[in-house]
Ligand binder design. Structure first.
Ligand code: ADP
Ligand code: MG
Length: 240
């Protein structure tokens, strides 16, 4: 479903991604972890066309993401992205947050978009919040809205960039529960997260990054049970 082949990128002289290769199969959940500044956010953004790459190749469902002819707006709709800070449109109600892109990008009718939005809000347990504005919701609720907003586009994969790290501890689980449910339903997911409980539960694969490199790329089971590279072991010791 997603292929990264020798992806490199620099910011000026700084090599943020060094020859990164990995693959995500359909229905797989891949957890990406690693120290702050290791390039995780940059990597995930290159997959849905938010950060251009300097060399290598990225494919999403057969589309070459960085080919000149690729329609990045359509691609972004297909790969729903959820950010650390929710990134809801503050000036739009929850329901309007969920219908805007459906109408503009997918050309759905108002009624169709609204029905889809209501169904997804129901699914994340927020049916009663539709007329409110983001500021009136808790962080956990806002993040569930952000997930629903990505899902209304019928994505073929979901990309999460530390979706729980801006949340108060008591709200983390309400977001992780939605993510676990999605994983169990067979959604293809790439999740940058340090929630190792989540990783143990649903990760088919764990990618460990350090200083722009993919140091480990192994099954979820292996990551937690077999001997780790020194850098990954050091990282795990700090967060577990
Ligand atoms: P992570 O998500 O693992 O913390 P990032 O991908 O956000 O790492 O960043 C990796 C490195 O690239 C960091 O050192 C960061 O300062 C740098 N970086 C990120 N975005 C930019 C940018 N737009 N311009 C310059 N440097 C950047
Ligand atoms: Mg990051």
């Amino acid at each position: 479903m997603i292929i990264l082949d020798k992806v490199s990128k620099t910011f000026g002289k700084f090599e943020v991604l060094k020859n990164c290769s990995t693959q995500v199969e359909r229905g797989e959940v891949v957890v990406v972890c690693g120290p702050s500044g290791s390039g995780k956010s940059t990597l995930i953004k290159t997959i849905n066309g938010l950060e251009p790459i300097d060399s290598g190749r990225i494919e999403v469902a057969g589309t070459d993401v960085w080919a000149a002819e690729t329609d990045l707006t359509k691609l972004r709709a297909k790969t729903g992205m959820v950010f650390q800070n929710f990134e809801l449109f503050p000036h739009l109600s929850i329901i309007d947050n969920l219908t805007l892109a459906q109408r503009k990008v997918l050309g759905r009718s108002k009624a169709e978009a609204k029905a889809k939005a209501e169904a997804l809000l129901e699914r994340v347990g927020l049916a009663d919040q539709a007329p409110k504005y983001p500021i009136h919701l808790s962080g956990g609720q806002q993040q569930r809205v952000a997930i629903a907003r990505a899902l209304v586009m019928d994505p073929i994969a979901m990309l999460f960039d530390e979706p729980t790290s801006a949340l108060d501890p008591e709200m983390i689980n309400e977001v992780l529960d939605v993510m676990v449910e999605l994983a169990e339903e067979g959604m293809t997911m790439v999740c940058v997260t340090h929630e190792m409980g989540f990783a143990r539960k649903v990760a088919n694969k764990v990618v460990f990054m350090d200083k722009g490199e993919i140091i480990e790329d192994c099954s979820g089971e292996d990551f937690f049970t077999t001997e780790r590279s020194p850098r990954a072991a050091q990282f795990l010791a700090k967060i577990l």
